[in-house]
Design a protein around this ligand. Sequence first.
Ligand code: MN3
Length: 211
Amino acid sequence: MQQLPVLPYSLDSLSPVIDAQTMALHHGKHHQAYITKYNAAVENTPFENQRVSTVLKNLDAVPDAIRQTVRNNGGGHVNHSFFWTILTSNPEDNTPQGDIVEHICRCFGAFDQFKNAFANAALNQFGSGWAWLVMSETAELSVMATPNQDCPVMTNHIPLLGLDVWEHAYYLTYQNRRLDYINAFWNIINWAQISHYYTVARRGFDSSFLV
Ligand code: MN3
């Protein structure tokens, strides 16, 4: 049985970048709904007790009857569980830090070029989806976007940073202004946590920090 993770901060602590009502609905209603539907789909199947990200890596093994439900709602659970942990109101944690900074500069040419690539991916994702910074099995860092709740693990990438660009993530504060939401996002990224994830991923392509 998957369970809703407890947020590591209060609902209002990311305000004004993400308002408390959005956090309450996004975490308590949207994320919970993905979990409820996922649990119902995998109940009494061999997938019930597997790590969800492991199930997503091998969706072909999931029966046709529940595969799309598992993909959408399992992806929603993995993505949101990860997303909550890479946000912070602490300015020290918001400072890019650790070996990942140098690695980003090496892969993108400069940190600002990475930020531009990430923002473009987030802005240009048509409809609902996510923008990601990911690591490949050969330890390349790149930016990608995924539609709906598709998770980078489905294409054998480990997410290190992600931004939810579904309207439910930003509409109450930003309405149609997705670019304003993307620009504000940089102020609440938890680079201390991401640096930790990077260290784990770099050591043996390990994504065990995902649910
Ligand atoms: Mn969402």
